[in-house]
Design a protein around this ligand. Sequence first.
Ligand SMILES: Nc1ncnc2c1ncn2[C@@H]1O[C@H](COP(=O)(O)OP(=O)(O)O)[C@@H](O)[C@H]1O
Ligand SMILES: [Mg+2]
Length: 281
Amino acid sequence: MISVVSLWPFSPGKPGSEVKVPAEYKVKLTGQSFGAYLLQEKIWQGATSTVYRAQGPQNHSRPKTVAVKVLHPYRSSREHRRQFLREFHLLKRLRHPNIILVYTAGQQDNFLFFSMEFVDGRSLRQYLMEREFSGPQCFYFLMEVGKALSYIHSCGIVHRDIKPENILVAGDLSQVKVIDFGYADYLNRHWWQGAPSLIGGTEPYLAPEVPRGEGSERSDIFSLGVMMGELLLPRIDRGQEVLKEIVQRATHPIPLRRFASVGQLMEACQAALPHLTAALS
Ligand SMILES: Nc1ncnc2c1ncn2[C@@H]1O[C@H](COP(=O)(O)OP(=O)(O)O)[C@@H](O)[C@H]1O
Ligand SMILES: [Mg+2]
């Protein structure tokens, strides 16, 4: 059976906007210790969780500053808790320069949380609203996301919520990392991997088959295709037509008519738009 996440009592708001949480639900956690972490600054307030910059114990493999994602206690139904921990466990299996690295998960009072590497930057959505980017720069972001997705799929996982809000970009643009595996799932789930993930996702990035419970690698290709059109079409003056064809194929309503892999999509782009790659090197 498919469970659909209800955002009640919050509305998702405009792209990139934070969710408005009713005052009675607001709890101040900055200044508090969560396990070994001291929460220092609220970075983000979402519908189901809040993200903080925090200080933790430093060791040879872990920096002192980390990010801590905390599940809202009013989202603490069994299903939401399971989903939150699944995000942590899925991320724990992944190790790739373009995917956020998670450290530990725990519970403090009523709050489930997990820690992860802190990226000193903004989401791609925030940057798109604040800064000017060239076609080649946007192409670079898309290529980095493509590398992350190819790896995720090779690990038998599908993300299902690829959109600029879920891509973190460091301030100096040196790092591009996929985050938010809240709706991710195993491609071929075995019974011991638990019940299916909740279905969520965001229009217009959400592939039509995902709400039907038929998500696959090609659903992420759809989302990447939508991002490709959004980021590149307004920023290139050569190759518009060929890019439109690529985007159309990547976002075809029938999954089997899309590119078979993220690699194929990225290769098609590189072949059709060599000037974007050349401008980067
Ligand atoms: N590791 C991190 N480092 C820095 N900022 C982060 C980190 N993780 C999340 N954020 C910030 O929090 C926002 C929401 O994170 P996300 O995991 O997408 O939460 P949600 O599940 O509520 O959508 C991001 O867009 C980003 O601004
Ligand atoms: Mg998100």
